[in-house]
Design a protein around this ligand. Structure first.
Ligand code: C5P
Length: 226
């Protein structure tokens, strides 16, 4: 059976990663969460004081070659976790502190170049499902299957709010809604690789669609291509 590349793009908190992970596991493919990579670079920038109160983007650019990212499988939890310079940062990259800065870091052309290069190397052999914002447009414009996920801002903020509460973060629904909308605004309007639907992507509005139905539909689409 031939292996293909599946690109899943879309707005923040549309459930891309849940579907992408499940699809990858059903097909025996690798799953890559590119948002985790932008989040890890952002955490590095926060820790080194390159962003926040004393912004120093040129300083960050000088240190980009010191950033080592690795996805390490966690068999117990049946997922891969992001390691930044040898340290497991999976929980920390999902906090609001990182969410508030990540879209700004993702506008930087040099950061995108670095991460897109890593992503293309990971997908060289095909057989992968990658989710993000520019996978179908920039990283793998020739992907055999492209999905573009959307959902109403309320549906997305509600999902994200629940996730953060489950992780024990103290946050209000309004803060989460504002963050989701602000990230979408920055991601869609940035100069380099803005978030947009690839012409040949299939659009999925999952505001009123359960996980099972989404998975069934996307899995069927993939099987038709494979
Ligand atoms: O997917 P997630 O919400 O974790 O992504 C966090 C942020 O990383 C996005 O809001 C966006 O700014 C950036 N991102 C990106 N391109 C990607 C993946 C994520 O710009 N391919």
């Amino acid at each position: 059976m031939q292996k293909i590349t599946i690109a899943i793009d879309g707005f923040s908190s549309t459930g891309k990663s849940t579907i992408a992970k499940r699809l990858a596991s059903a097909l025996g493919y690798i799953y890559v969460d590119t948002g985790a990579m932008y989040r890890a670079v952002t955490l590095f920038a926060i820790n080194e004081d390159f962003i926040g109160e004393n912004e120093d983007i040129p300083g960050l650019l000088r240190c980009l070659n010191q950033i080592q990212l690795k996805f390490v499988p966690n068999k117990e939890l049946d997922r891969s976790e992001m390691y930044l310079n040898g340290e497991n940062v999976e929980a920390e990259i999902r906090t609001m502190k990182v969410s508030e800065q990540v879209s700004k870091i993702a506008t930087i052309a040099e950061v995108r170049e670095l991460l897109v290069d890593m992503q293309q190397k990971m997908g060289k052999e095909k057989g992968l499902v990658m989710d993000g914002r520019d996978i179908g447009t920039v990283v793998f414009p020739d992907a055999e299957l492209k999905i573009f996920m959307t959902a109403s801002p309320d549906a997305r903020a509600t999902r994200r709010y629940k996730e953060l509460l489950e992780r024990g973060e103290e946050v209000t629904y309004e803060e989460v809604l504002k963050n989701v909308q602000e990230r979408d605004r920055i991601d869609s309007t940035r100069e380099v690789s803005p978030l947009k639907k690839a012409e040949d992507a299939i659009e999925f509005d999952n505001s009123d669609m359960g996980l099972e139905e989404q998975f069934e539909r996307i899995h069927n689409l993939a099987q038709r291509v494979i």
